[in-house]
Design a protein around this ligand. Structure first.
Ligand code: SF4
Ligand code: SF4
Ligand code: SF4
Length: 247
């Protein structure tokens, strides 16, 4: 099967949350207990039962108007995937040929916090009952049977599309060009979930992507001597913390 991707055209998202519900429905995920917080955003966070969540954000614009922004938060299906690199058990987290990063049964044998800490987007969650680490699967069970991801089929505005990665990337880039201004491709090209953001990641209150690639490609020539030195200090600190944690 070819490498595939989900493309999210944020401009077209009306925050109806049909994708949130469709994800729960297909994956048989229970509802999280919610409460009114003066916002339509619910639940408050991703969880073992919520793998896709629409973030709502109000931003005061320079013209004094409020921009009400929506962002479908979910696994970015990174390539390479920092969560996979952090896994001590090779078969626990794998990259499927479709581009999906998959968490398997053996994730229950991993140290959850290591995997969560490794993800620059704070996506992995632990199922307290099974002890497995879980997140969006890019609907691997559907797409390998000729179906589109459940969230994509539920989206009535076509803000969610699924198809060959090259095609999705090309659509995303075209959209960014059309939107102009601060519009950008997010998180970047090395992911199998791709967003066309009408504004900067900061505007949406989400993590920028480069951090993961800076971290992963530490030894590459892309790094300046200063960058390498900072990274070495960071890694020593990281190893110390790990050693202390394991004692
Ligand atoms: S179903 Fe589509 S329009 Fe509705 S919240 Fe999800 S991405 Fe947005
Ligand atoms: S977003 Fe996080 S959980 Fe998903 S593949 Fe990337 S590192 Fe792993
Ligand atoms: S691709 Fe599937 S698992 Fe991922 S958010 Fe959409 S419905 Fe949920």
């Amino acid at each position: 099967m070819a490498e595939m991707a989900i493309f999210i055209d944020v401009y077209k998202c009306t925050a109806c949350r049909a994708c949130q519900v469709a994800c729960k429905n297909w994956n048989q995920l229970k509802a999280d207990k919610t409460e009114s917080r003066g916002s339509h955003e619910n639940p408050t966070d991703l969880s073992a039962n919520t793998w896709n969540r629409i973030r709502f954000r109000e931003v005061l614009m320079p013209d004094g108007k409020i921009d009400w922004s929506f962002f479908s938060d979910r696994c970015r299906h990174c390539d390479p995937a920092p969560c996979m690199e952090a896994s001590k058990i090779p078969e626990a987290i794998v990259k499927h040929e479709t581009g999906a990063v998959l968490f398997g049964e053996k994730t229950k044998e991993l140290y959850f916090q290591d995997i969560r800490d490794a993800c620059p987007f704070d996506i992995p969650r632990m199922d307290e009952k099974s002890k497995k680490i879980v997140k969006c699967t890019l609907c691997i069970d559907r797409v390998t049977n000729g179906l589109k991801p459940s969230c994509v089929t539920a989206c009535s505005t076509s803000a969610l599309l699924y198809g060959p990665k090259a095609e999705m990337l090309s659509l995303a880039k075209k959209r960014v060009k059309e939107l102009g201004g601060n519009a950008c491709l997010y998180p970047g090209e090395e992911f199998n979930t791709i967003w066309a953001l009408p504004d900067t990641p900061k505007h949406y209150g989400i993590a920028e992507a480069p951090k993961i690639h800076n971290y992963m490609f530490a030894g590459s020539k892309l790094f300046s001597p200063l960058g390498k030195a900072s990274l070495a200090v960071g890694l020593i600190g990281y190893m110390r913390t790990r050693t202390e944690r394991n004692q």
